[in-house]
Design a protein around this ligand. Sequence first.
Ligand SMILES: [Zn+2]
Length: 496
Amino acid sequence: MPEQTAKNLLRWCNLILYAASPIVPRARRAEWLHQKHREIWHWVHFLVESGRLNITTEQELFRHCWGSFADALWCRLNRDKTLAFLRSYPATPRFCLVSIFLIVLAALAVSPASLWRSPEYARNAGSLLNVSLNGNSRWLEPELLWDAAVDWSHNPLVAGAATYAWRPSVINGPAGKQDVLSARVTPEIFKLLGAKPLFGQTFDNDDAPCSDCVVLSDAIWRKQFNGDTKLSDEFVRLNGRRVHVVGVLSDRFRLPDTDVQVYTPFQATPFVRLPGFEWPGVVLRLANGVPANVAKIQREVRETNFPTPALLDVLSVSDIRYRSVRSWLVIGAFAILVIVCLNWQAFRQLCTTRPHRTTLDVSRWWGFFALKTGLLVAFVWLLSVNVVDGVLQNLGLVPLHIASGVTMWAFLVGLNVALGWSIRDQNIRCRLCLVRLRTQIVLTTSSVPLLDPSGCDLLCDRAHGMLHVPAMQFSSLDSERWIDFDESWQTLAQDT
Ligand SMILES: [Zn+2]
């Protein structure tokens, strides 16, 4: 009976060893297997013959057998070299850049497609002008702007005009409530912006607008109806009112200045006046996009007199894109300035201890810092957009109208963390090879503390130099400094 138990155990253990053996290099495989077999054979017979075989010792034996996979892997890899590589590689500048680059790629992969897809307008989008209220202007009744748009469309330089009025709204469909921007639009807008419905239709009949009809964007259609291609008797509630979905637009259709997702006819009843809540706009298509004509129309539109004073912005599609990029750049630059001031001490150390041997060293040092920081800024921006747009808004934690503000705050907080880390990381890198300094020498407190240097020295493993960090940062006698070693030290480091 004990013989049979030993045989069974050995069979299972040998099976595991055979499974692990292909990992071992072919030249050493037979020897490795022989050694392992012998080890297991002795172990099993010792347990069986001494009567110590129980569930605990058996589990211990099997754990040892499974461990042969790791053992086989170490036979394949050079243990010392691999461990040394794993210890030293994370300190290199390449590892730092590659890992940040990979997380930027990962953030890009999960970003909403709308972030990259620019809206698609009809071919001559250069001649489109968008009229909207200036940020400093008082509210203007959308109907007044509509009347003005009809007047502007009589100008021979203007080929067409369409009016819209957008507002924050709530849509309630099969997938539940959702914060959206909805807009009342005149029917010409779809033709003017070159939109063709994916299915269904847009509003065509100017004289008899369908009061309870809506056209949805592709994103809302996907979310509420799972992108179902049938469009028969689909209803949703828009601000509590039951409305009929008559069409779905391509995901590349967008009004020039706002991300409107639901469109209703401009003259639909019931009509409610919403001062300070519903914002008007007009899209003008010029007969030709000659710059002189564009400037002339812009001036004429701005000079229009309304019963209530209003300031108008008249911008082309490219002006609007440029304005949003510019505002992000201005905010980013200002935030970086503030963050550098907040981390002034660390940043000053970065400047005072920079390499000073050759121009190449200096440019590599600042180039690495700029690339690392740039990638981090891109990551923080993507992360803040993704988290707010993709998570908080979908969970209903952030209402749509404050989403951009929350994105901005998330970006600023993330930027502070990222830039602070980037400066600290740069500070503890070798000024020549940019590898993190890991060898630390703590200087003991001397008998004359204010005269002798105290604190710690950080050494480059390749003996390029040493960073001295004083115990007292604000001491006038001792300051943080980088000391270059001569080449004889590097020869010494290679020998050891
Ligand atoms: Zn170095």
